[in-house]
Design a protein around this ligand. Structure first.
Ligand SMILES: [Zn+2]
Length: 284
């Protein structure tokens, strides 16, 4: 018999980004009420990873920034708070060797950097999770390796190339149930081949919204990041999952919302909006 699924959510770190860039065409007078910025117009984001134990796998969803870049790079992103990747895992009883699979939603630096580390006393790289198979969508892998001017600041070769050279890389090429109770939606608006995990757990369905809807404030269809490569695709993809989630009572789990871990949805005269907000610990 399959062992019951076990889930753990933890925040690796917070970091800050320009509030305007996070809300695209929405005027500051409006977004700043929903997600207040600091005196430099920066907003603080979390960076939560989810560990899923299912069918003999221990799957880590996204690995954070890592620590390979220089001090200037990390000063620019204003790291603050959080538990750390390895420390956060350890607190929940996991050592790096225990992770059988890493699932990378996409290859932007804040999502995949922790998968590769520098060998101590050397310029060479090694894998942080030596026994893990690494899942990336085929579309995103090819896109990130090729790189482009728009995403070059976030597609860093030291985060990407070692996974292909040292890792057991599995490229996902269509939407499917990848592990028992763990299926994948593939999106293209934020970046081509963004994978969104949809997980069945104790009769509930959880959507780890990743960079499709980074915070609760990104639920309205037009509240999208300037970072998105194709806004119209993001809007269509949000519409699809929002409708499916509303009709089936799915729970959203946010990777980047500093304050809100989870929510469910309701229909309002303005469209689908957040209903109740709650902690992840209330559902596990
Ligand atoms: Zn991203």
């Amino acid at each position: 018999m399959l062992k019951k699924m076990k889930l753990s959510l933890f925040n690796i770190t917070n970091f800050k980004v320009d509030g305007g860039a996070m809300f695209g065409v929405i005027p500051k007078a409006i977004w700043s009420r929903a997600y207040p910025p600091d005196e430099n117009n920066l907003i603080n984001l979390s960076l939560r990873s989810l560990v899923v134990e299912t069918g003999g796998h221990v799957i880590l969803i996204d690995t954070g920034w890592g620590d390979k870049q220089d001090e200037k790079f990390f000063r620019h992103v204003n790291l603050n708070g959080g538990e750390g990747l390895i420390e956060g895992l350890k607190k929940r009883g996991y050592y790096p060797e225990d992770i059988t699979d890493i699932f990378l939603t996409h290859m932007h630096a804040d999502h995949c950097g922790g998968s590769v580390k520098r060998m101590s006393g050397s310029d060479k790289f090694e894998l942080t999770f030596p026994k893990a198979t690494c899942y990336i969508s085929e579309t995103q892998w090819n896109w990130a390796v090729k790189n482009n001017l728009r995403e070059a600041d976030s597609f860093l070769k030291e985060n990407i190339l070692p996974l292909g050279e040292l890792g057991d890389l599995k490229l996902v090429n269509d939407e499917q149930e990848l592990f028992p109770g763990f299926r994948v939606m593939i999106c293209h608006g934020h970046t081509p081949g963004l994978m969104i995990p949809i997980i069945k757990y104790k009769g509930k369905t959880l959507v780890y919204t990743g960079d499709l809807m980074p915070t609760v404030a990104h639920i309205p269809l037009l509240w999208n990041m300037s970072y998105d490569i194709e806004s119209l695709k993001t809007i269509e993809e949000k519409q699809k999952i929002l409708n499916e989630a509303l009709n089936n009572g799915y729970i959203f789990v946010f990777q980047h919302d500093e304050h809100i871990e989870c929510c469910n949805l309701e229909m309002t005269p303005k469209g689908i909006r957040v209903s109740e907000k709650f902690r992840f610990s209330e559902i596990v």
